[in-house]
Design a binder for this molecule. Sequence first.
Ligand code: UDP
Ligand code: MG
Length: 313
Amino acid sequence: MCKLISIIVPCYNESQAIPCFYEAITAQSELMTGKYNVKFEYVFIDDGSKDNTLQVIKSYASQDERITYVAFSRNFGKEAAMYAGLQQAAGDYIAIMDADLQDPPYMLSSMYESIVNDGYDCAATRRVNRHGEPPVRSFFARCFYKIINKISHTDIVDGARDYRLMTRQMVDAILDMGEYNRFSKGIFGWVGFNTKWLEFENTERVAGETKWSFWGLFLYSLDGITAFSTMPLAIASIIGLLFCAIAFIIILVIIAKTLIWGDRVAGYPSLVCIIFLIAGVQTFCIGILGQYLAKTYLETKKRPIYIVKEINN
Ligand code: UDP
Ligand code: MG
């Protein structure tokens, strides 16, 4: 029986990149249709683009009936776009791919073979280097992966891209995770299944520019931590305990000193330092608590992950 492969493409202001992407993916599809018994569908998600991305997608959709598109009412972010794509995709095998060709289409063949011939549930990709990326960004990215893997039970792979091919079964498991605060790199790991990791060298995007600012990535990393670890809460409690212990020791020392040498008023500067330190630590810990409370607050509202403005078929 002929299997269907769905390619999900989240697009935000990608009108320049889509033509190159479409050319590359159709070439790859032809190659694979000739080689294996497969058909393709492309699910384009227009994530509230401000340029004419939607028009470009529509013009391709009018010529190619394999194209499905969903247009959001505003920019909901790549996570929401991927979720919408997964919901929309009808394939037996489902892939997620960026529109900027940073995810090389030629890899689809080996991904498909890993699943069909080697029995994996998922074939995912990771970059072995970060060439062409600002060094500061790479440094912080590495720190983030080190930290999150220490404090979370979910395996979150350094350099992993969202580019992956999955079986229907795995996608259904992901769709069951309807949380609002979505961090896909964690969700993919959390659902389990056998994943084969394929490595490739980083390539620069064909056209347009990255949507990620340093600050945006930093906030995203905090989302990831709160979504997949409660360790920061434990750390806050431990810091609290530690400070109580230190305070207790200092009290004993002061009592002893007063009994031996009598009460001499001194140490105003050190007192000020201590007050500042404790206030800082307290605010920091309340901040951690606030992060989790905020996420819980958003989650309890049960707002939709995205809103559709337009959809074909
Ligand atoms: N993207 C999206 N919504 C957003 C931001 C990005 O759908 O709010 C899409 C974007 O169009 C691209 C993919 O997500 O197809 C990856 O974005 P980008 O290339 O900017 O990220 P990078 O590759 O630099 O990590
Ligand atoms: Mg990119």
